[in-house]
Design a protein. Sequence first.
Length: 408
Amino acid sequence: MASISKRTWKAPDGKPRIAYLVRYKDFSGKNKRRQFDKRKDADEFRRKVEKLEPRRTALTQRFTAAELYRDAIQEFIDAQERGVDGKPPLDPVTIKLYRERAKNHLIPLYGHIRIEDTSLPLAQQLRDQMIDRVPNRVYAAELWSMFTRVVRFMVARGALPYDPTTTVKIYQSRKVDEAESKAKMPSLTEAQTILETAARLAKETKNKRNRRSWKKWALMVEFGFETGLRIGEIIGLPWSCVDLDAGTVRVKQTLKAKLHTIGPPKTKRAYRTITISQHMMDRLKEWQTHCPETELDLVFPAENGNLMRYVTFFEKAWGKLMEASGMMDEGATRYSPHSMRHFRASLMIRAGVNTLELSRELGHESIKTTLDIYGHLFEEYQKERTIRVNELSDLMRENSAQTAHKVL
């Protein structure tokens, strides 16, 4: 058990000094001590270490042979592939992603570290190493999250008495300019220009092969504006999920751009069915007669029949479409392919669709996500509707007054 002792001594200036010394054992069994100026701080620290001491003494069994994090990471991924703690196995796409991240980042950084040496100061040091290695803070946070799952996995198997990474996180900056935080999308006029330009390129491109490609890309753009699907969901859409008689499209898979493979949608709520217009049904029926047959049964395959790459669509189609539409700013495209999804959402909000309906249509994980992205549009369009209602009320009052005057 931890203990507290009171220390008194005289400072160099002759004044008496008092401190409280806490003696305890760390998780490796070594004797440690820490000094506090106030008794209440010493008591609080003693209570914390005493809560953890029973957990340390209770660790009598170990269900892993891993000594280094190199082995722990591999064991963690293998367990996820089989299914662990009563959970179903992860899909092959996620397992492949885990192995890529382990090979490229986690094992080179942490593979040589002994599991039993893990402590809070070490965890903070490892977190800082990840930030230094990966400039992209979002990606660094994803990698660190995977490593903390490995640590918890080792705790559950008796290799560690507690998880020292619980409070060690990689935070992303929340200081975003208000204009940048809003979904960037084309206006109605700009959207019409984009669609008209895509249709023109599909007709006027001289090269036969390029004209065939533009016919597909023009339909993809039109499909994106109408459905609001993510570009990965459009590229990964199979014909088996398109019901041209009922006019519905089911989303059950998407392109995993980093791995260039087909995988499950982004979230559980991304599994959804949406309705398309009769015009789009006719356009897809026409395209189906020209679409190359593929093993993946894709609606929008690459020219060779394989899975289209996102970078191919962006560079060969979207970038040139933005340039031909006059929507380039300082050499960069004014809008991204994701702006088609934002445009669809704005139309639905303007039409009076509520937050829940919009969230389900877009396949967001929660309504909070919808409000974070489109909350400002709900406010703007609500103000517009309020102004129109007030104008109508004023008109009704004027008509009533005129009617009353005639009667009198």
